[in-house]
Design a protein around this ligand. Structure first.
Ligand SMILES: [Fe+2]
Length: 354
């Protein structure tokens, strides 16, 4: 009898710890581990995907604020699209001297886009280096980081459209205005945080910490098995309150995205080189995983997340501010757009069907 009680108690404790770690890992990491002195451990040369598409890949740690921060490492990827000698960069990576040279050889940086409310760590490097470029960020970023308002333009309110010739964006209802980018010429889908590659064709390094990081990502995501590419199921915990139809809208967005002629996928993080090939069958399988309704782990994680985050607005300011009404799609400063008449010709919106 005593053994049974010990076993049951242990199982409950393990699951409770797992739920708390899963719910709080990202806020903890973003609020306490990431500092302004993010370290670049290694940088690869630009990876050519097609004649006009490149990936810049870096292996970074979270700064030098302490032992734990130095230990947390991740791959970070920037998408580079070239059109008529002009470049559009999605999710700015560390602007190293080598990268600066490589980009200069490709053309002039015309536009820099941050695709969700968390991928802005290196944005100021580009603002300083490219005064002639235009900088686009999700509307929530204008609220989260008001200091960027003087330099940046909010991505249009429409849920899909184009920010640069040959590219198309879709804003997902999930994960704080995550924008998925499709590049026609390369049949490439770029998604920063809601997808991850589980079984890459090639691995960039055989280093122990890389393998550990891959295992850790699998652990915290608790993703359902769905082939080489996984949906980061843990983002279900961060869904905004009061959006009961959010799951349905999310599935509709992904269904529309996967109807595109996608043959390659790349993500903001994850252990692989450049991008991976993907088949229609794999995307259909992935869609079935996204269609899965939220499970008890997701609901329990959401409860923990809301309890910790929303009740500690000061400590978790980077996250709680995204729940403010102004950070949602109603906040759309237009002053900068009016100052920049040339921008309109490059940014097109697909009418918002919502
Ligand atoms: Fe990310």
């Amino acid at each position: 009898m005593l053994e049974a009680i010990i076993i049951i108690t242990s199982i409950i404790v393990i699951f409770t710890i797992a739920i708390i770690v899963r719910a709080m890992w990202d806020p903890f990491y973003c609020c306490f581990m990431t500092t302004s002195d993010i370290g670049v451990l290694s940088s690869a040369s630009l990876i050519k995907i097609s004649s006009s598409v490149y990936i810049s890949e870096h292996f970074i740690n979270s700064g030098n604020s302490g032992k734990w921060a130095r230990s947390i490492t991740k791959f970070s990827r920037m998408l580079v699209v070239v059109h008529n000698g002009e470049l559009c960069l999605y999710n700015p990576c560390p602007l190293t001297t080598e990268l600066r040279k490589e980009l200069a050889e490709l053309g002039r940086i015309r536009r820099v886009v941050v695709t969700n409310c968390f991928h802005y760590a290196f944005l100021s490097q580009y603002i300083d280096a490219c005064p002639e470029a235009t900088f686009l960020v999700p509307q929530g970023m204008m609220w989260k980081r008001p200091e960027f308002q003087q330099h940046c333009i909010a991505i249009p309110a429409a849920t899909e459209g184009s920010l640069f010739p040959g590219t198309h964006y879709f804003r997902l209802p999930d994960f704080y205005q995550e924008h998925v980018i499709f590049v026609e010429e390369a049949n490439l889908l770029y998604c920063s945080d809601t997808l991850y590659i589980r079984e890459p064709e090639t691995r960039p390094h055989g280093r122990l910490e890389v393998r550990l990081m891959q295992g850790f990502i699998r652990l915290i995501s608790f993703s359902q098995p769905c082939g080489a590419i996984h949906y980061f199921d843990y983002v279900r915990q961060f869904r905004l309150p009061g959006s009961n139809d959010l799951h349905k809208k999310n599935v509709e967005s992904w269904r529309k995205i996967f109807a595109l002629p996608i043959t390659r996928v790349t993500t903001g993080h994850g252990v692989f080189c450049g991008c991976v090939s993907v088949t229609k069958a794999e995307l259909e399988n992935l869609l079935r995983c996204i269609e899965r309704k939220d499970g008890w782990m997701d609901r329990a994680g959401r409860m923990v997340f809301r309890m910790c985050i929303r009740r500690s607005p000061i400590r978790y300011r980077d996250w709680t501010c995204l729940y403010d009404e102004e950070a949602q799609f109603g906040y759309h400063p237009s002053v900068k757009e009016e100052e920049e008449p040339g921008l309109r010709c490059c940014i097109s919106e697909t009418p918002n069907k919502e």
